[in-house]
Design a protein around this ligand. Sequence first.
Ligand code: ZN
Ligand code: ZN
Length: 405
Amino acid sequence: MLTRNLPLVALAAAAALLSAQAAPADEDQTAWRLFVADQATAAVTALDLDAPARRWRFEFAGPSRLYASPSGRAVVAVQSDHDRVDFLRSGIALESHGDHADIEITDPDTLAAFLEGPRPFHVVSHGGTTAVNFDRGGYVAMLDEPALLAGNAGTERFEQSRAHHGFAVPMADYVISSVASEAPVEGDGAPPRVGIRAYEADGTPAGDMQTCTDLHGEAFSGHYLVAGCKEGVVAATVAHGMPEFTMLPYPDDFPEGHTGTLLGSSAMQVFLGNYGRESVVVIDPTATPYFTRVELPFRRVDFVLDPAKPQFAYIFTEDGSLHRLNMLSAEIEQSRRVTGPYSMDGHWRDPRPRLAMAGDRLVMTDPAESQLRVIDPADLSERKTIAVDGLPYNLIAIGGSGLDH
Ligand code: ZN
Ligand code: ZN
């Protein structure tokens, strides 16, 4: 039963709230829980998409960027300007039993684990490890999910040769890390990224550095890890037990621009990246010319892949429109205005909508209206809105379906 984890005093009230979700034992259940970070305060609100009155509020040191742990059981709240990373238990536990999945739903809660360190930023999860880059610390915290859920953020670190805004992540028996320039920098400026390289876990280089000027953005899909560079997109894959790099150069007929943000599909081997501000690229690392470019009518604000329908991606542009991109045909199939305009002029971190997929629904923040908008991806129509106090900004959705038995 769903209610077994609630305190007894809350049962009556919870039973009413949960009536939409409650189901007899052994029944199929679908649950999606949203985690929404406020950009003005340090609050993170958790709420159930189908019972949004059921919500929880967590206060951290500063505004968070949110990530899900590999299984979705934990939420990573990165507070870059406050040198801190906190963790929540999502309260959604999905476990595959081969022919079916089990789902267990409990209240979200703070985990005892936390990290403190100089400017945590990019988070990359791969193969059960969540890696948090400390841009001014020169190291990457490698987190193991079971330990995290037990309240222990651990002490496993990968030491980079120089502190920079980059990433590192395990691949095969090695760690792949961005590489910073060794040239001196002025004041407390960060050194530029110049490449990517494989290392032993202790930081000893394993193999040569692959040049990747201004490296930014990284994603996994299938057998590949890719990262954006000035020269192209670098692809890393394991061959004979050893990571191997290939530069996928931008086609000659592309306009000036490069890729610095990437998403990787979990259901097919394909990547979606930005290319400059007004186009996106669909990337197949196995077949030349590797890139298919799609122009957008306005500058891109955010984009998301559809894990359930992997041919689709949704792109939000600054005019307030959502676009459904078919990545197989590289065509924007539909566009629809969903919010007021959100100009990309101004500070990069001004609150602007962010997108998340929650099963067969797309959820986006609309900070100017203090709302979440729940969109039907099939026709981009709005199904409902959910009010969230303040400036809802970064969000993630965690959930799925399974049996409760
Ligand atoms: Zn089962
Ligand atoms: Zn970055």
